[in-house]
Design a binder for this molecule. Structure first.
Ligand SMILES: Cc1ncc(COP(=O)(O)O)c(C=O)c1O
Length: 499
């Protein structure tokens, strides 16, 4: 029986490989033989998750034609990949991708390693902070005290606990956006919210406009839901949303959905101005596109004098264009897995009905914990702890990267949890690969792009501070040197990860 679960066409693979050619290999690198370059290219695509594991690769002859190389080159590349454990083959069934046993790299997305598996690795993969204690413990104790009346019920609340829906609605109303509890559905994280929205609005083959770059896991979620992603390039630096481009894409592609992170965009950290928000809503409305606004990062303003713009849904008083997604993951703790949707009551009813075939509901105890936080002021106290932590980490990381890697370029965002860094001509994918060997896990730029963009970038999160931030920058500089001199392939170091 064949061991592959998806197939990669020769044109598609050739396009992905071509996107790697644009990246500078770094000065002083030696040109490898053609078969080696091809094997390395495919290996990187597998390690980054851009070619899934267990994907059948094109036949040698087909790929040779698509790449305009000899069949011998492709055969030698496949043979090298087989020897290294990145390809398996069976006569009659073809060849499919694999990851060698013990390889620590994630196959796709940004899955964090379990903390106990990290060892001496500095993990810059995941933009999430540890729980802001003592608030987690207090919230769970508060939830336990509130639990008895719920223990007498069936425990199924597909729209969320009424008390929490009411509380979340009140918070929007207090922000100047009148909201009823019927407009709120509690979900399993923002991921659960966006998954539900994609399934309701964007069936297979439907278009979704996304910022380019955008949050990697949401892009992957949308791909897996069968959507066709239409990237809209973000402007340079922290300018964010180029409204001419947005208007053009929404008009020309008329996507069913558009997904934006207007508050401290992940990965760039950009914050949309009120004018950009108004124009986004207008452009979406005239294209008949539903605008999904992810507010996961919205409470992470880090600069003390920062005035937050009006929420995007504030520019859609009729409530027919914007769906807002919120989450406790960044403001409080990702381990809560609590998120929510704010939308028109009929949209909420449809999302709730569809939930019967997905996860049925969100755990009651965690909802009670978030409700306790929101009712007692614990939420705001925890957000203050978060902001202080993130601000300190941001400043330490910025200083360390400027010192160790002066040729790397970035702008310091006023909030959020991420720094989007141009790596001075060094391939972000190779940095990610070599970083694993020198003890720093960092996601490469292409994970945040559609089809291979952003090879010259990495994302650094504000999750480490002090001496760890300094050590992270030292290791990143070591990785950059190895990549730039071409010494990265196969390099070992005392920090080599052991699974
Ligand atoms: C913009 C954005 N949306 C959604 C998520 C995931 O949120 P949750 O943990 O609530 O599913 C993240 C996490 O990094 C994020 O940055």
């Amino acid at each position: 029986m064949a061991q592959w679960t998806s197939a990669m066409g020769s044109t598609q693979l050739a396009r992905l490989l071509a996107s790697q050619q644009d990246r500078p290999a770094g000065s002083g690198s030696r040109r490898p033989p053609a078969y080696r370059a091809l094997a390395d290219g495919i290996r990187l695509l597998v390690l980054e998750g851009r070619v899934p594991v267990a994907a059948r690769l094109p036949a040698e002859r087909e790929l040779a034609v698509a790449l305009a190389v000899s069949r011998t080159t492709v055969a030698a590349a496949y043979e090298a990949l087989r020897t290294e454990g990145f390809l398996e083959s069976r006569r009659g069934a073809g060849s499919w991708t694999a990851v060698p046993a013990g390889n620590p790299l994630p196959a796709r997305g940004l899955e964090p390693l379990p903390p106990e598996a990290l060892g001496s690795m500095i993990d810059l993969g995941c933009a999430a902070l540890p729980a802001p204690e003592p608030w987690l413990t207090r919230a769970v104790q508060g939830a336990l005290e509130a639990l008895p009346p719920y223990a007498h019920t069936h425990g199924d609340y597909p729209a969320g606990l009424p008390a929490l829906r009411e509380m979340l609605a009140e918070r929007y109303t207090a922000r100047g956006i009148p909201t009823m509890p019927e407009q709120i559905m509690v979900t399993t994280g923002a991921m659960g919210a966006i998954d539900a929205i994609c399934h309701l609005f964007a069936g297979r083959g439907e278009r979704i406009a996304v910022e380019s770059p955008s949050y990697a896991n949401i892009l992957q979620l949308m791909r897996e839901a069968g959507a066709r992603l239409v990237p809209v390039a973000m402007a340079e630096g922290l300018q964010g949303w180029d409204m001419d481009r947005w208007r053009q894409v929404l008009r020309d592609a008329a996507p069913r959905l558009a997904y934006v992170v207007a508050d401290f965009h992940n990965p760039t950290g950009a914050l949309a101005s009120e004018d950009q928000r108004r124009q986004l809503v207008e452009a979406a409305r005239s294209a008949g596109t539903v605008l999904v606004v992810d507010e996961t990062m919205s409470e992470l303003g880090l600069d003390p004098d920062l005035a937050m713009p009006r929420p995007v849904c504030g520019f859609d008083p009729a409530g027919s264009t914007v769906i807002t997604v919120g989450s406790a993951s960044k403001a409080f703790w990702a381990g809560m897995r609590i998120g929510w949707v704010r939308a028109a009551p009929d949209v909420i009813r449809s999302l709730v009905a569809a939930r019967a075939y997905a996860d049925l509901g969100t755990p009651v105890l965690e909802q009670l914990a978030v409700n306790w936080l929101l009712n007692t002021g614990g939420w705001q106290a925890a957000v203050d702890v978060r902001r202080a932590q993130a601000r300190e980490n941001r400043d330490a990381l910025v200083a360390a990267v400027r010192r160790e890697l002066p040729e790397w370029e970035f702008e310091v965002p006023s909030g959020g949890l991420t720094l989007w860094v141009r790596t001075g001509g060094v391939s972000g994918s190779r940095l990610a690969e070599v970083g694993e060997r020198v003890g720093v896990r960092v996601p490469s730029g292409p994970r945040f792009g559609v089809d291979g963009a952003f090879e010259g970038y990495v994302r650094l999160p504000f999750t480490v501070g002090g001496a760890v931030a300094e050590e992270a920058a030292v290791r990143l500089a070591a990785a950059a040197r190895l990549v730039a001199t071409g010494a990265g392939a196969g390099a070992e170091s005392p920090h080599t990860f052991v699974a």
